[in-house]
Design a binder for this molecule. Structure first.
Ligand code: BGC
Length: 440
């Protein structure tokens, strides 16, 4: 059994590039030309609250970079909002280009590796109206955008992420599968377009969610888990490894260029999904005793599941692995430190179990408490953001991570320093509550 307080000091055998990740729509604010902003205004009933000024980072980006420096981050993943560069079809906003160029200059001056995401969840509203990624005939808008923006910034970018998490979704409807294929082809076209101007490694961020059968010996649970795993995870790895786009109830397509579309595996790892053959969705519930309700809303019943990271990592030993997101939403910051300790332990164990595995980077999600796509309640940040003044305040977990970065490792003593006691551990009550636990 692991005691987080007495763990021996461990140093990762190779240097890891440490830092944090954010996304434009979630932090910049006033992202008025994006599809998301449009939907938030048009359908407020689907949102707890709109993104509004988010963390006001479009104005306060210099402060964010100072924060990264203060916290010792070596790398920063952020997205460039396509809709700011091209607010309307055919129109370029040079002020927005200059903004991101200045940001990249400042990161370079601070010696911080810039990992640039080209599209993280939000696209220009004009592009969404044309049908977005699903229509392959739209992809030239994206590659033309790349032809414009990438040469203007490439010399300061350390790594690229073309799209974020298009792999999610287990539906097998023609529309759902078409969305997947369209996104995969857009990723491929985008990756090849970027490579014309940049030698920096290219990938797309994969939400690697372990599809875990609820009853591991039950044939239907296992079949559903295998199917979900193919739909969510393996179709992507298979496509990149072989060029074959293989999805259920579709003719296989061979796109050989896919084999050049990822120089590394970019993995966003958070948790697992229990899979069952006994519900219409295929998704089971997490066992009551393993569920955590750590923010005052129903947010996927997070649980601590570091062993699933090992399952995922074991499948990615053929390219460098970058953990491009990992974190937890909680109001009690000590939980973030516990979660991160367990993740670091899982990384250590994975490296020991799978000697061919190469973990090159760890980017914590997220630098700031930000807009979680429909609400500000789930707080993933290493830093608190005052919702009125936008003042940023690092939490203890930020200082904890700084020491991890300095050591390229972790120890029980470090945990003890930041979490000296856990006597008043707060778990929320309510409909989806976990059990009432007090940890002394
Ligand atoms: C997404 C982020 C999101 C985070 C936490 C990831 O899947 O890339 O945008 O905020 O999860 O839910």
């Amino acid at each position: 059994m692991i005691n987080l307080r007495t763990m021996p000091a461990y140093t990762f055998p190779e240097p890891i590039l440490w830092g944090s990740a954010t996304a434009g729509h979630q932090i910049e604010g006033d992202n008025i030309h994006s599809s998301n902003y449009h939907y938030e205004q048009a359908h407020p009933e689907n949102y707890v609250e709109p993104s509004g000024k988010a963390c006001n980072s479009y104005e306060l980006y210099k402060e964010d970079i100072e924060l990264l420096k203060q916290l010792g981050h070596q790398a920063y993943r952020f997205s460039i909002e396509w809709c700011r560069i091209q607010p309307e079809e055919g129109r370029v906003d040079e002020g927005a280009v200059a903004h991101y160029q200045d940001m990249l200059d400042r990161l370079a001056a601070a010696g911080i590796h810039a990992c640039v995401t080209l599209v993280h969840g939000s696209v220009p509203w004009w592009f969404a109206q044309k049908g977005g990624w699903d229509k392959v005939e739209n992809h030239h808008y994206f590659t033309e955008y790349i032809d414009y923006i990438v040469p203007r910034i490439a010399d300061r970018v350390g790594s690229w992420i073309i799209l974020n998490e298009f792999n999610l979704g287990r539906a097998v409807t023609p529309a759902a599968l078409q969305h997947k294929v369209g996104s995969l082809k857009a990723h491929c076209a985008g990756a090849l377009a970027v490579k014309q101007y940049s030698k920096a490694p290219v990938s797309s961020a994969h939400a690697f969610v372990h599809q875990d059968p609820v009853r591991p010996l039950d044939k239907m649970d296992r079949t559903m888990a295998d199917l979900s795993d193919w739909l969510i995870n393996e179709f992507f790895f298979h496509a990149v490894r072989t060029g074959e786009i293989v999805l259920p109830y579709r003719e296989m397509e061979f796109v050989p260029e896919l084999k050049q579309s990822c120089d590394y595996w970019a993995v966003n790892y958070y948790h697992r999904t229990p899979v069952t053959g006994r519900t219409a969705t295929g998704v089971g519930t997490k066992l009551e005793f393993s569920r955590c309700k750590l923010v005052d809303c129903d947010f996927g019943q997070r649980e601590f599941n570091p062993e699933s990271f090992m399952q995922c990592a074991s499948r990615l030993t053929d390219k460098d692995v970058w953990i491009t997101e990992n974190g937890i939403c909680c109001d009690d910051d000590r939980v973030r430190i516990i979660y991160t300790m367990l993740q670091l332990e899982a990384m250590k164990m994975a490296l020991q179990y799978y000697p061919a595995l190469r973990i090159k980077a760890y980017l914590h999600w997220s630098l700031l408490d930000n807009y979680e796509w429909s609400s500000f309640v789930p707080r993933f940040g290493l830093c608190d953001v005052d919702r009125k003044t936008f003042e940023r305040t690092p939490k203890p977990s930020a200082w904890f991570l700084k020491e991890v970065i300095e050591r390229n490792g972790f120890s029980g003593a470090l945990f003890e320093k930041y979490v000296p006691e856990l006597s008043c551990f707060k778990l929320y009550g309510g409909e989806n509550r976990s059990m009432d636990i007090t940890i002394n």
